[in-house]
Design a protein around this ligand. Structure first.
Ligand SMILES: C[S@@+](CC[C@H](N)C(=O)[O-])C[C@H]1O[C@@H](n2cnc3c(N)ncnc32)[C@H](O)[C@@H]1O
Length: 234
């Protein structure tokens, strides 16, 4: 696959956000503030690898924002669910760029969700909902867009998350170098509905995108409650 543009510097990242995504001054100010908050919080909890801080605009901001410009996908309006948001990627970046869209950020670690909620408030993103939960424990509800970065391999992700999807939902999954491999091991019926696009920030990486047009994978079996759990409910 040919890489049209590879974003390799902070200046290129900021130009790309303005020129390709049409980010205005207010959106750029929110992203700059997000970077500031992130770097500050990274002293307290390990949100991103320290080595990536000098490249935060390319490695994290554009790597997240590129989901708004994935080739061959027209994004529907409406609620966006980001699974395993961690430090805010990609969900908080999407919310900073599209402040009117309802965006739900889910993570199972309390410290991270507390930080996400503080950051969303600081940025004035009142359509962001932060949920402390395991994805497996979320209530059934469908969304217009689903995203997850560095959260789970594609087969596992589909197994635990297809219940959040309709045939109109667009899935956007920034992956590493194994994007094509993860797609290749899916059963044929699901494979054809996804495609891999070249990442704009890493020539070795890909973004898996597409829709689940029927043939949803089965829900994972729930573990039977242990005897002590059963006892404690009685
Ligand atoms: C490797 S980090 C990636 C964070 C972020 N998406 C990024 O790209 O920087 C994975 C995140 O998923 C969260 N996580 C792991 N298993 C989870 C689960 N079952 N439900 C919800 N969150 C989970 C972790 O707490 C962690 O913040």
């Amino acid at each position: 696959m040919i890489v049209a543009t590879l974003i390799e510097s902070e200046a290129q990242a900021q130009d790309w956000l303005r020129q390709v995504l049409g980010a205005d001054d207010a959106a750029m100010a929110r992203l700059a503030r997000l970077v500031e908050l992130l770097v500050e919080e990274n002293e307290r909890q390990n949100l991103i690898a320290r080595g990536t801080i000098p490249m935060v605009w390319q490695r994290h901001i554009v790597d997240s924002a590129q989901l708004l410009a994935v080739p061959r996908e027209t994004l529907p309006e409406g609620p966006w669910l980001d699974l395993g948001t961690g430090a805010g990627f990609p969900g908080l970046v999407i919310a900073a760029l599209q402040p009117n869209r309802p965006v739900t950020l889910v993570d199972s670690r309390r410290l991270r969700t507390e930080w996400l909620a503080r950051a969303a408030q600081d940025l004035g993103l009142d359509r962001v909902t932060v949920t402390l939960s395991r994805v497996e424990d979320l209530p059934d509800q469908t969304y217009s867009v689903l995203s997850a970065r560095a959260f789970a391999p594609l087969d596992k992700l589909l197994a635990i998350s297809s219940r959040f999807s309709t045939s109109e939902t667009v899935w956007l999954l920034p992956k590493g170098a194994k994007a094509a491999q993860e797609l290749a091991i899916l059963p044929e019926t699901w494979r054809h509905v996804f495609h891999v696009e070249q990442s704009l920030t890493d020539p070795a990486a890909g973004v898996i995108a597409g829709r689940l047009l029927g043939g949803h994978p089965p829900k994972p079996a729930r573990k039977p409650a242990s005897a002590s759990q059963r006892g404690s409910r009685q």
